[in-house]
Design a binder for this molecule. Sequence first.
Ligand code: ATP
Length: 238
Amino acid sequence: ISNEALLNITDLEVSYGNIAAIKGISLQVHRGEIVTILGSNGAGKTTTMRTITQLLRAKSGSIIFDGVELTQLPAHKIVSLGMSHSPEGRRVFGILTVEENLLLGAYSKKKMDPEILGWVYNLFPRLEERRSQLAGTLSGGEQQMLAIGRALMSKPSMLLLDEPSLGIAPILVKAIFAQIKKIAESGVTVLLVEQNAKAALRLANRGYILEVGKIVFSGTSAELLASPKVQEAYLGKK
Ligand code: ATP
């Protein structure tokens, strides 16, 4: 069983009405890995993430997480299985404070473990400095830290991150990605969706390239970085 992937997606198809968005993808994430899904606008990255967490329903295929088939489970069950999602666009609650937002992330636990809050503040000291500030007044990068921190509050074994670099200054992207690495080193398996291929491949162990709903290429980060096709299409090299 230890060789089994923590997340195993097979032949997944997702449609919006009769428009196919995901056209039969398979991918695996093993325990302890950081895996990235790269793709340009509209490739289907967010659709994939929302389907894994059951915010969207698959048309067909299987999503097995830690031995449990997720398709057909209600979305609210997913967090209690150990999977947590930091969605695209951050979606923090602007009229609540930083700390209130974080505490909401622990809602699936009967009792909040104060150590987790300390761990999140240790990863993102800026959140601790601003614990009483309304989340809506944080900068974009700080809101991204908060969204990740909130997702960690449920003590997940797997973290899904949807475009953490989106709309954020490069220096903060670097800082946030460094913390994602620390999160992974602490034992949280990470699935990272990104348009920023360079930053994502520097961080990840492996990656999948998604183009209009299909995986067209996959490999280790080194293989992807060395691929002329990936270089041309995603790394801006000719
Ligand atoms: P981006 O980086 O721009 O967020 P993405 O790779 O996350 O792109 P998705 O948002 O998953 O892409 O979209 C995949 C495809 O599904 C696109 O063609 C998009 O227009 C379509 N799509 C997404 N949401 C809906 C919806 N609610 N109804 C109909 N089509 C949708």
